[in-house]
Design a protein around this ligand. Structure first.
Ligand code: MLT
Ligand code: MN
Length: 310
């Protein structure tokens, strides 16, 4: 199986269109101090090459396809064709849904998500641009292995969704904590991805807290691609760009009390990789103390185009 990172940044990307904070500025300067990054998505293909699965559909999907030859129509394929056979959604955040609107054009693929996330699509009529004669919406159960299929059959990739502490999408928040924060209901899920070999990859771009269940689940995995939105909980306020903490946004910080570096220590995970990185996070600065801290702790920082061969 190949896993390819299409977008390693959180919503907004790096640089973000309206952001004048140091990190976006450095990304624009292009001196290599901060690499530009697109918004949140990975792709996977099984060893027999029967089609790609996108995990989340980023607002940057068009650019991601243009930059990734494997996702473009093959030269000898039909006039309208795509190697993208399926899309799996891990939550209903804008940075994970908006790319669906660019996949209209009457191209067949299967769209997988939990019933909660599919309900958000149902409630937003703009997603009817995905013609149901071409795009099948398939409800994914939680805690069950599912062999993914494209319109032409099995893809050689098996996934299992599992709930992680999280919240409803920002645009669905009501201000009522009982509605907005849902620990186990499928609003936000992690996904275990397996090809034909034994190697397991976990993809968890949003997670509000690392609990024992999650720790035990990832033990021994080949790779963990985990929520690296913020380095510290108060980072956005300290940068002067917002008032919310990481946790309030549904993202556990990398450091501090309950931070992900400590929480995932000593679990025999071969590769630990931060992904979904916000444009305030100093690990984006190649020469920063914070970058050194995560690499010293055995983590790497995802870049667009990173490939894992499992
Ligand atoms: C998040 O990851 O917290 C969301 O993508 C935020 C947003 O909707 O902008
Ligand atoms: Mn996000």
């Amino acid at each position: 199986m190949i896993i390819r990172v299409l977008g390693s940044a959180a919503g907004g990307g790096v640089p973000q269109w309206n952001c004048n904070y140091r990190i976006s500025r450095r990304a624009r300067e292009g001196k290599g101090e901060v690499r530009p990054r697109l918004q949140s998505s990975i792709a996977a293909q099984g060893s027999e090459g029967r089609g790609w699965v996108l995990f989340n559909a980023s607002p940057d999907i068009r650019q991601q396809i243009n930059e990734t030859q494997a996702l473009q129509p093959h030269a000898d394929a039909e006039l309208r064709s795509s190697p993208i056979a399926a899309v799996v959604l891990t939550n209903a955040d804008v940075d994970h849904l908006a790319g669906l609107l660019s996949l209209r054009e009457r191209q067949a693929f299967n769209l997988y998500a939990t019933d909660r996330v599919l309900a958000v699509l149902e409630a937003n009529p703009i997603f009817r641009v995905l013609d149901p004669d071409y795009v099948r919406r398939i409800t994914l159960p939680i805690e069950k292995d599912v062999a993914l299929e494209g319109p032409a059959g099995p893809l050689g990739i098996t996934i299992r969704l599992y709930p992680v502490p999280g919240k409803v999408a920002l645009f669905m928040e009501t201000g009522d904590a009982a509605n907005d924060f849902e620990a186990d209901g499928g609003d936000t899920v992690g996904v275990q991805i397996r090809g034909e070999s034994d190697g397991i990859v976990h993809y968890v771009p949003g997670c509000a807290r690392v609990d024992d269940r999650l720790r035990e689940r990832v033990r021994g995995a080949h790779a963990l691609l985990f929520d690296g939105t913020v380095f510290t909980d108060a980072e956005m306020a300290e940068a002067g760009v917002g008032t919310k903490t990481g946790r309030r946004m549904g993202h556990v910080p990398i450091t501090g009390d309950g931070g992900s570096i400590d929480a995932f220590d000593n679990l025999s995970v071969e590769r630990k990789i931060y992904i979904h990185i916000n444009n305030t996070n100093p690990i984006l600065e190649e020469a920063s103390e914070e970058r050194r801290r995560v690499t010293d702790a055995g983590w790497s920082v995802a870049e667009d185009g990173l490939e894992l061969h499992v």
